[in-house]
Ligand binder design. Sequence first.
Ligand code: PYC
Length: 418
Amino acid sequence: MPFGLLKFGLNKGHPVPRALPAESDLKDSYDIVIVGGGGHGLATAYYLAVDHGITNVAVLDKGYIGGGNTGRNTAIIRSNYLTPEGVKFYDESVTLYKDLANDFDMNIMYSERGHYTLAHTDSAIRTMRWRAEVNKHFGIESELVLRDELMRMVPQLNYSDEVRYPIMGALYHAPGAIARHDAVAWGYAAGAAMRSVHIHQNTEVHGFEITKANGSGQRVTGVKTNRGTIKAGKVIQCVAGMSGVVSDMAGFKLPLKTIPLQACVSQPQKPFLDAIVVSGSLHVYVSQSSRGELVMGGSTDPYGVYMTRSSLDFKEGLMMHMLELLPFIGEVKLLRQWAGMTDMTPDFAPIMGETPIDNYYVDAGWGTWGFKATPVCGKRNAEMLATGKVPDTIAPFALQRFHDFKLVGEKGAASVGH
Ligand code: PYC
């Protein structure tokens, strides 16, 4: 062990700083109240403080920070989307992710692996080529690789023709990465809290104070919680999985259907898979974590329900598909299984920005694509709250698009069968 490190470890003059300062009392009033202490809410608080010097901010979470969908995903980061709006948005997120460990002075275990979306049919090859062209147009590293080249790049996969869906090629996205989701949440939380933002866990929102605004509209003025009512200058809801429930409390509807999405990890294995592999036809995505676990997921559950129950059906279906891709893992045991709740929009793109209530903003519709968007959401939500203007990057995702029929169709790039 280097002596410098030993000295640091033994020296009482260098106490390890607490990641989060002790929780403060709930104040009567905040300039901005963020409902939801997941990645998006915490990142919004962080960039409000860091980029705009706004710290009279409270983040409220009914449970513990990062305990919702932030801690229930498979931590894949990529920007190889299909629409120009999506590609630009997720590219900004990937760029921010790359610097996050430095920004936090904390290891978020960001690990660039290369992301492969397999094509098993001629029409999938065409879609991958289309995505590659859109991606390259915006400067994103993304290309179609055909079977022979893919066999050299990811030799672990089963390239047999004797399977239901033989592999014909893949969309290869070199910047595709994974990161530790709890580290991302804690990095943002610690960064915000050390700049005086209040993070209130076990603080559940029960409703909002809405008053008449100038003209005929309505304006939010407060947030009702299990610990009392707080006055709020502005409110943003960042509650993936519960977006429709919270917007209902504020008095408006979001076009969402909430569906469980399950995932699981295997026991740790020696490193053998450095790539992130996705197959829409087989309903599989898999990567190997730095700890050696295979992190695996499949399609959403076949019904909408507010529940994070794990099911045997899911496990059996997913393992059947995993074994088609990686037949040699037949003896590997599963370690854990879990579920998140995905707020699916009709066009598979998020809903961000203004709502029918003045000073009430939304960060919702995160379906199966929310974790990778954490930094860009935080950054652009903060800009919107600070300036009162919707940034160009998120303008295409306005709730208003469902009235104007300006949908952002991202289903072809969603990774997950729905
Ligand atoms: O969008 O990359 C993705 C993804 C993988 C699993 C769920 N979503």
